[in-house]
Design a protein around this ligand. Structure first.
Ligand code: FE2
Ligand code: FE2
Length: 327
């Protein structure tokens, strides 16, 4: 490619993105844009599948058949989200195998929130309400992301996430209005999940490495701090209707700003968990590697089946479109 042509393509790309046009897999794009998207989509996909673990921990101990069925559906949805996102990343030329390998070897991350343990049944409610709630706040703007396949995957994911958020809220409401012990269990879960949920939006804007470029490329639409504030403003009245409190003495409405003020986040804890020192980091990645190894026979069988089908179609065609020849 000549330098001239390169500059023309780059200018056309910038203009298309600025005009809110969608970038599709076959379109020319800067290598940095491609790499940045792969990094973000991979981290997102990894979070979906690792996120299955803390809640799957409670499937066998759900307090009723109804709760068990809901939780199983939710955990399966998260697997599906992982699949949509790995597929969307494949449209950029990066295979699922390669991304999983990076996850398993620690070269790519998943959301740190999933390195916290689920100690009681109420944690399933707190995760649905707060963690899925924070995920929705983060992800709704990605439905307008400049990269088409990512944006389209996100539309469906957000619909399912909003079901997850509501089931968590409803579960916590039942506990909050239940016995004294149940209410205390719900409150304890909210106390433990509140601050890690605020950390899900990532470091403050002035420390966020990728934010400015992602916003210029319209991969991201709002800054970490903006989204975090939006989440706090949504959560406060919801906590009130649940009859639960949020564990922050500095949380109060600021008339001037038209937003809630909230206390300082413990960023040392965030960086420490990210570095691998959270309560469940080793357990989560160990379980993921084991599941991958134990599932090898399923992948082999599926690949062998696909090969056999392809070979049969090849041999069936010369037989003159005879459907029976394929049987
Ligand atoms: Fe999800
Ligand atoms: Fe979810």
């Amino acid at each position: 490619m000549t330098a001239d042509l390169g500059a023309q393509l780059a200018a056309a790309f910038d203009a298309a993105v600025a005009a809110d046009e969608r970038v599709e897999p076959r379109d020319w794009m800067p290598e940095e844009y491609r790499a940045s998207l792969v990094r973000q989509m991979a981290q997102h996909a990894h979070s979906e599948i690792i996120g299955m673990q803390p809640e799957a921990n409670w499937i066998t101990r759900a307090p009723s058949l109804r709760r068990k069925a809901i939780l199983m559906a939710k955990v399966q949805d998260e697997a599906g989200h992982g699949l949509y996102l790995y597929s969307a990343a494949e449209t950029l030329g990066t295979s699922r195998d390669e991304l999983l390998d990076k996850l398993h070897s620690g070269r790519q991350k998943y959301s740190s929130i999933f390195n916290y343990p689920t100690l009681t049944w109420a944690d399933v409610g707190a995760i649905g309400w707060l963690v899925d709630g924070a995920a929705i706040t983060n992800q709704v703007p990605i439905c307008r992301c400049s990269y088409g396949p990512y944006a389209r995957a996100m539309v469906r994911i957000c619909k399912e996430e909003s079901f997850h958020q509501r089931q968590g809220f409803e579960l916590l409401m039942a506990l909050s209005q239940g016995t004294e012990e149940q209410h205390a269990m719900a409150q304890d879960a909210v106390n433990r999940w509140w601050w890690p949920s605020l950390m899900m939006f990532g470091p403050p804007d002035d420390e966020s490495a990728h934010s400015a470029q992602s916003m210029a490329w319209r991969i991201k639409r709002h800054s970490n701090d903006e989204l975090r504030q939006r989440f706090v403003d949504i959560a406060v009245p919801q906590a009130e209707s649940l009859g639960l409190t949020l564990p922050d003495p500095d949380l109060k409405w600021n008339e001037e700003r038209g937003h809630h003020d909230f206390g300082a986040i413990d960023w040392a804890e965030f960086w420490d968990v990210l570095k691998g020192n959270g309560p469940c980091n080793e357990q989560r990645i160990g379980q993921r590697r084991r599941a991958h190894e134990e599932g090898a026979w399923v992948r082999d069988a599926a690949a062998a089946y696909a090969q056999k089908q392809a070979a049969q179609q090849q041999t069936a065609k010369p037989a003159g479109q005879n459907e029976e020849a394929r049987v």
